[in-house]
Design a protein around this ligand. Structure first.
Ligand SMILES: Cc1ncc(COP(=O)(O)O)c(C=O)c1O
Length: 399
């Protein structure tokens, strides 16, 4: 057997990407699969952003750029952070990367080490644990109960902090639950985090996809946290730019410099054409987000209504942000169909794919093995058809 690096050998494929890949493979084999697995808006990138890319290409902007992004892009990010989050950063405190994922992975690798613990409230996005483990640190998962709206409560946070704890990753609105922290909830957590002197990584990737007013930023609620915090973001979701690969981190310049050194050695600058498109995305008119949100809002209503009608599905909390529903399917555990028994969210998702040809993501890798994630970043027609298929399949389950 080939001996791999210990941490890479332990690395699992991303559950969300694996679900999407299985759906794509089945489609390629001629099966009519409806995917509710993808974590990306189904809208096209707005034309003004594509035009900026076309202009950059024509102008020959096809060379290496500074590793952490061009000065113009960093200025655009600085403006965005001020305009939308009320946060002041210098451009030396900003690093652009090939996606929010790369920005986060590089910051995590720069900050944490063997022996360190990083708190991750769960359910959480599948890649956080992997990134922390790749840095050699330990992920300390803290379960946030469904009946508390999947929100981390101060007592649980306090109990999770040990002498080895060095940081926490917060994600509001959350992938997969859609939970959004209120200003007072953030304020209470901020007090504890400040006192414990932890690094606070705020994943703001879904900040624009929110249904009940603007999302508060923890560094605005408690400005003293900003000195030990990172605002982590991406253009993937807000501007329908998942394939372009552009995201960024903002935080203390020593860590940004370290993470940029890492980026300089293992990948280099984010794509030069994408950077030009990102400047337009961040500084041009922001109307497309409203149009996209109107559609997500319609879909959310439909999804909540239809999920709640599925026998065995429970969805006590209406998601306040992002484009996912995260229903509880624990009542279905132990039931079976076609010789396959439902043991958990993952096995249920497998069954739905093979028997109903609908792709979902099991909740196991989000830290919630009795749940499944369903993305409504797809048309109303697809959603209705997918729910019809799932409902028909559920009638065939036997105990
Ligand atoms: C919570 C969260 N953070 C970060 C990302 C990274 O997005 P990207 O690398 O496309 O910018 C995602 C993508 O699914 C996400 O859900």
């Amino acid at each position: 057997m080939i001996k791999l690096n210990r941490r890479i050998a332990a690395l699992k494929p991303s559950a969300t990407m694996a679900a999407e890949t299985r759906a794509t493979e089945l489609k390629a084999a001629g099966v009519d699969v409806i995917s509710l697995a993808a974590g990306e808006p189904d809208f096209d990138t707005p034309e003004r952003i594509k035009n900026a890319a076309r202009r950059a290409l024509d102008a020959g902007q096809t060379k290496y750029t500074p590793v952490a992004g061009t000065r113009d892009l960093k200025e655009a990010i600085k403006l965005k952070l001020k305009r939308e989050n009320g946060l002041d950063y210098d451009i030396t405190e900003i690093m652009a990367s090939a996606g929010g994922k790369q920005a986060e992975a590089n910051i995590i690798a720069a900050l944490f080490d063997e022996g360190d613990e990083v708190i991750i409230p769960t359910p959480a996005w599948v890649s956080f644990v992997a990134m922390v483990n790749l840095a050699g640190a330990e992920a300390r998962l803290v379960e946030c109960p469904e009946d508390a709206g999947f929100i981390l409560d101060p007592d649980r946070l306090r109990r999770a902090i040990t002498p080895r704890t060095r940081g926490i990753i917060l994600n509001s609105p959350s992938n997969p639950t859609g939970a959004v922290y209120s200003p007072s909830q953030l304020g209470e957590l901020a007090k504890i985090l400040l006192e414990a002197d932890l690094w606070v990584l705020s994943d703001d990737v879904y900040e624009h996809i929110v249904y009940d007013g603007a999302v508060p930023h923890i560094f605005q609620i408690e400005p003293r946290l900003k000195a030990k915090g990172f605002a982590l973001n991406s253009l993937s979701k807000a501007y329908a730019m998942t394939g372009w690969r552009i995201g960024f981190a903002a935080g203390p310049k020593e860590v940004i410099a370290a993470a940029s050194r890492l980026q300089g050695q293992n990948s280099g600058n984010p794509n030069s054409i994408t950077q030009a498109a990102a400047i337009e995305a961040l500084t041009g008119p922001q109307d497309e987000i409203k149009t996209m949100m109107a559609e997500f809002r319609r879909r959310r209503e439909l999804v909540v209504e239809r999920v709640r009608k599925l026998p065995g599905f429970k969805l006590p909390n209406v998601p306040s942000g992002a484009f996912y529903a995260f229903p509880n399917i624990s009542e279905l555990i132990g039931m079976s169909l076609a010789g396959k028994t439902i043991d958990d969210g993952n096995s249920f998702a497998d069954l739905v794919l093979s028997e109903a040809h609908v792709a979902l993501v099991g909740g196991n890798d989000f830290g919630a093995p009795h749940h499944v994630r369903l993305s409504y970043a797809t048309s109303i027609e697809n959603l209705n058809a997918a729910f019809d298929r799932i409902a028909a399949m559920l009638t065939k389950l036997k105990r």
